[in-house]
Design a protein around this ligand. Structure first.
Ligand code: NDP
Length: 450
């Protein structure tokens, strides 16, 4: 028996922290997890899960339209009630919080409620109580970044967007990343007037350029007022609305202003200095390829390390660490070929390299593209186009990037991600038969590079 209270003390019960705690306990470790807010972290409470429920809610408007216009349905009056949705969504999240509690209980992980502060390399204090641990894992996640401009206190972040009392009829969304794009599409689908501002020439920096341009076009077809090369410099509140002054001197009014301008690692007041844990130049906990900080028994996973800020990545990092520490199976997390989706409307699905990255890494690449109107839309006036792109390393024939903008892109790309991970070649794609009629079959029938 060790002299410590626990073999592993996890700070933060989000996706990564809980997975690391459960797996470690499953391998026989004595584990505690401290959480000051909500079980399940950002993903369950103010992230992926409520966001996806909102995406479903928002999509019905288009489904009703398509049903009536093209498929012979007659519908009565349709109306969306924000309050009912929020109540149902909150109920589901409460259920999930309970499930997380159950998962911890069932694996014998001790859940400690409160803010945890590191006292030294082997001790943590929560609510005046001190605990000792052989290893400490920091999995505190991240928090919305709100730029320091006059009147920013009048704006909301995604945290508040999930709890608004009323649906904003006019909303100004600032930012050009995942969250800004997703909320712009959600609120547009629910009938709000949406203006989205991005400070650069084309949003979704980091995604494939064709994907970025295609989505911008599709979003504009849906009457989202998407404006580039613009930012907000200040915000004023009047009796009934908020007024933003922009970099070009113009002004915009809205019922709400949402800033989705990135997230910052949550490292404040963790007592890192007491153990000498170092941050990197982005303010994230600096870790090596095993998720170990500069202090040998202190580790960090998930958004607080700002490596790749996605729930499944945090979970993967947690599983690797538990195996390394307590299952005698050292595993380092892999951050390449991670599939991802942006739940815009239409959504993006992507795995592997962008064209620019592939050209840099391989030099000679073949690019296969396709843009088409899906079968479902042919009976309607929808001008929406699905876009698909394959990037192939000429030398090895390996498909090194696969991208899609179109209905169910996340579902489709998840499957192809296995093939990419296995090193599938273009020849393998060509010899795979399609499922007809689907959109996904286009990925295995792309013949001419262009
Ligand atoms: P992102 O990092 O994706 O995007 C932030 C956006 O805000 C960028 O367009 C950035 O511009 C812009 N920005 C940053 N600072 C400012 C500023 N001061 N003024 C104006 N614009 C600014 O962050 P998000 O907030 O959208 O999401 C956070 C993270 O959460 C994402 O990185 C993603 O990993 C994760 N997430 C994943 C989802 C999914 O998997 N579907 C969904 C939602 C979030 P620029 O590009 O010029 O820097």
């Amino acid at each position: 028996m060790s002299d410590f209270d626990f073999d592993l003390f996890v700070i933060g019960a989000g996706s990564g922290g809980v997975r690391a705690a459960r797996f470690s306990a499953g391998f026989g470790a004595r584990v505690a997890v401290a959480e000051e807010r909500y079980l399940g972290g950002t993903c369950v409470n103010v992230g992926c899960i409520p966001k996806k429920l909102l995406v479903y809610a928002s999509h019905f408007a288009e489904d009703f339209h398509v049903a009536q216009q093209g498929f012979g349905w007659s519908l009565g009056e349709t109306r969306f009630d924000w309050k009912t949705f929020i109540k149902n969504k909150d109920g589901e999240i409460q259920r999930l919080n309970g499930i997380y509690q159950g998962l911890l209980d069932n694996t014998g992980v001790q859940h400690i409620q409160g803010h945890a502060r590191i006292v030294d390399a082997h001790s943590v204090e929560v609510a005046g109580q001190r605990y000792t641990a052989k290893n400490i894992l920091i999995a505190t996640g991240s928090w919305p970044n709100m730029p320091d401009i006059p009147g920013i206190e009048h704006a909301i972040s995604s945290n508040e967007a999930f709890h608004l009392e009323e649906q904003p009829q006019r909303i100004l969304i600032v930012g050009g990343g995942y969250i800004a794009v997703e909320f712009a599409c959600i609120l547009n689908g629910l009938g709000s007037e949406v203006i989205q501002l991005y400070r650069g020439p084309l949003f979704l920096r980091g995604f494939d350029d064709d994907v970025r341009a295609h989505l911008a076009e599709e979003i504009r077809k849906r009457d989202i007022d998407l404006r580039f090369d613009l930012n907000v410099v200040s915000i004023e509140k009047t009796d009934s609305e908020f007024c933003a002054t922009l970099t070009d001197g113009s002004q915009l009014s809205a019922d709400q202003i949402l800033f989705a301008t990135g997230r910052v690692p949550l490292t404040e007041n963790l007592g890192l200095e007491n153990a000498g844990v170092k941050l990197n130049d982005k303010g994230a906990i600096a870790v090596d390829e095993t998720s170990r900080s500069n202090v040998p028994n202190i580790y960090a996973i998930g958004d607080v390390t700002d490596r790749m800020n996605l729930t499944p990545v945090a979970i993967h990092e947690g599983v690797c660490l538990a195996n390394t520490l307590f299952n005698n199976t050292p595993m380092n997390p892999v951050h390449s070929n991670v599939p991802a989706a942006v739940f815009s409307q239409p959504p993006i699905g992507t795995v592997g390299l962008t064209e620019a990255q592939a050209r840099e890494e391989f030099g000679a690449v073949d690019i296969y593209r396709s843009s088409f109107r899906s079968l479902r839309n042919t009976l309607t006036d929808s001008q929406e186009k699905t876009f698909m792109k394959l990037i192939v390393d000429k030398k090895s024939d390996r498909v090194v990037g696969l991208h899609m903008v179109g209905p169910e892109a996340g579902e489709i790309v998840q499957g192809f991600a296995v093939a990419i991970k296995c090193g599938a070649t273009k020849k393998d794609f060509d010899s795979t038969l399609g499922i007809h009629p689907t959109s996904a079959e286009e990925f295995v029938t792309l013949r001419e590079p262009g």
